[in-house]
Write a protein that binds this ligand. Structure first.
Ligand code: ADP
Ligand code: MG
Length: 224
């Protein structure tokens, strides 16, 4: 579903690549965990899948990254929106509406779907993520875990086959993180969604992973 062929990213004026060369294949319906310390290139790698890198960040992508057969260098993020959904660390940064239900509907607006289809997808997503009781709530009044579930829901209404998440539990306490991870597990098992998730707290998520993609720590050279 996702392939990296000698994929590497460099930014201008940097001394080395932001993403070291990656060769990997992530099969459909698997949960792949992307692990590495801060600065290892996790967000950069996720960006090559969603198309944000290099289209929005600058820099140069060498090699090839494909999602559902589409080369992300020749497809901008909006040309990938029907296959890849992206969720970041801070859900509040992405919300554009005020209530849960509106936010779920907003995720589909650019797809030009008939109103009946949009309504059905909102209902399905509320059920899938256990958000039914929260549907009319202002997003600002929700807990961190609930907000992150809404953020995931707002990309799921577009029915992406791939979900990319950048440290989605990093701002959450352990019970809220469990809540979000349980949802991801359900997506993989029930819908066959392919999930690629960056995480630096391995112990939290390793039990859910089918594959681990490890980005090495940058070499440090000390002069005593
Ligand atoms: P991680 O998510 O693992 O912390 P990043 O992918 O954010 O790592 O960053 C990898 C490296 O690329 C870091 O050295 C970072 O400073 C650099 N970098 C990330 N984004 C940019 C950018 N837009 N321009 C220049 N350098 C960047
Ligand atoms: Mg990052």
């Amino acid at each position: 579903m996702i392939t990296f062929e000698h994929a590497t990213v460099s930014y201008e004026d940097a001394s080395g690549p932001a993403l070291p060369t990656v060769d990997a294949t992530i099969p459909e319906g698997e949960l792949c965990l992307l692990v590495g310390p801060s600065g290892a290139g996790k967000s950069t790698l996720l960006g090559t899948v969603s198309g944000l890198v290099p289209h929005f960040t600058g820099g140069t992508l060498h090699g090839r990254v494909t999602v559902a057969g589409r080369d992300t260098r020749t497809h901008k993020p909006r040309d990938l929106a029907d296959v890849v959904g992206t969720v970041g660390q801070d859900p509040l940064a992405h919300f554009v509406t005020d209530t849960v239900e509106d936010e779920l509907a907003y995720g589909m607006e650019s797809l030009g779907l008939p109103p009946g289809t949009m309504r059905r997808r909102v209902e399905e997503t509320l059920d899938l993520l256990g958000l039914n009781e929260l549907r009319d709530r202002p997003i600002a009044t929700l807990s961190g875990g609930q907000q992150q579930r809404v953020a995931i829901g707002s990309v799921l209404t577009a029915h992406p086959r791939v979900l990319v998440l950048d440290e989605p539990t990093s701002a959450l306490d352990p019970p809220a993180a469990e809540e979000v991870l349980a949802v991801l597990q359900r997506l993989v098992h029930d819908l066959g969604t392919t999930v690629l998730m960056a995480e630096h707290r391995l112990e939290r998520v390793v039990q859910y992973a089918d594959q681990l993609l490890l980005l090495p720590h940058p070499c440090l050279l000390y002069t005593p």
